[in-house]
Design a protein around this ligand. Structure first.
Ligand SMILES: [Zn+2]
Length: 138
């Protein structure tokens, strides 16, 4: 099972995700969202930040289907997908995840040949608190 690797800057992201909530860090001065989380705003250099709730809706911006050689735990699941999602309410924010058929569905649950760039997706959370993605209209 995939589990989050939490660092100090990203800890709030994972804390909200564990509660089933997708939030992105945003500057408390100029309001620009940023990802990955980091102490300083790249737009205005402010160190003030907040965690803004987003809808969890987005579009597939890009994807890959990893091929061998893969780490043993992943080799068992191949072929699976890794998608990049552009958030609907923060289009400059792109999150990496997997398109699956439901919360806690395996990485290989969605057939790679059915993935389309631009497809509308919605976040779901695994029981480990990992954001995953499902088609908005399966
Ligand atoms: Zn700023």
């Amino acid at each position: 099972m995939l589990t989050p690797v939490v660092d100090e800057d990203g800890a709030p992201f994972w804390g909200y995700a564990a509660q089933g909530e997708l939030r992105v860090q945003a500057c408390a001065d100029c309001a620009e969202p940023r990802f990955p989380p980091r102490p300083c705003c790249p737009h205005c250099q402010s160190f003030a930040s907040e965690w803004r709730a987003v809808s969890g809706r987005g579009r597939v911006w890009s994807y890959v289907v990893p091929h061998p050689p893969l780490l043993p735990d992943y080799a068992e699941l191949a072929p699976y997908n890794v998608i990049v999602v552009e958030l609907a309410d923060a289009p400059r924010i792109r999150l990496v995840g997997n398109l699956v058929t439901g919360p806690d569905a395996p990485l290989n649950s969605f057939p790679p040949d059915r993935i389309r760039i631009g497809a509308r997706v919605q976040v779901v959370f695994s029981s480990a608190g990992l954001p995953q993605w499902i088609l908005e209209r399966p």
